[in-house]
Design a protein. Sequence first.
Length: 274
Amino acid sequence: MRTGGAALGAMLVGALLAGSAVLSACAAGGTAGGGDDPAGGGGLASGTVTVFAASSLAEVVGALADVFEADHEGVRVVVSVAGSSTLREQLLAGAPADVFVPADPAHLDAVGAERPFDSPPVPVALNRLTLAVPAGNPAAVAGLADLGRPELLVGLCAAPVPCGALARAALAAAGISPAPDTETPSVRALATLLAAGELDVGVVYATDARDARIDDLGWPVSGSAAAPAASYSAAVPADAANPAGGRAFVSFLASPQAQAVFAEHGFGTGREHR
């Protein structure tokens, strides 16, 4: 996969938060029998498809772009990855995108109110919250209540970011009111600090805790149900430069082929939305 930092134009550069955006363009592969199956978008895509995706999708969306390109000869997928709130502001400012995949439907609602989508968003994945610590758990964190230990360095995503909003709501429901020492603009930024041992504990997505330098403690709180999860849906702006390509990519994300890739990367599937 090669980077494509200039592909989205100078319009995006000023808006991206430092360290929270990754631009990548996947080199086109050969055909693999995509045919005209609408579930995979075969035969519908051409040109460049620009995808705005939540930072927690960074790894999996690159893998998905590779598969999509391999099934659509000559198609190039350019991916801009950042915090969902950052991408939302870019889109509201007029940044060009063919697909928007945030980590919270609220961002789709906010964009759609001012910049309509050409069809209803399509659910594609889930990602559960987890309590995470540096490898080896040096601070001996045992549960969510430890987020209130004053001697610990605690990190959360910033409140406007989906992982931050979801974490705060879930912790409040559990009767926990942490005072984070660090608030990051994206979940990947928070995971990076945990992996480097710069924080004692934080709340991230399960997919970010797959890093070998991070221990995943699950969602350890007495009486808690399953860990809360972020839901990802994809939509195509009505004014997209490549609407056919965008629709093909969204259809692909919901296909069994793409859902298997999501599962391989630790995500719940779009079917779990229902």
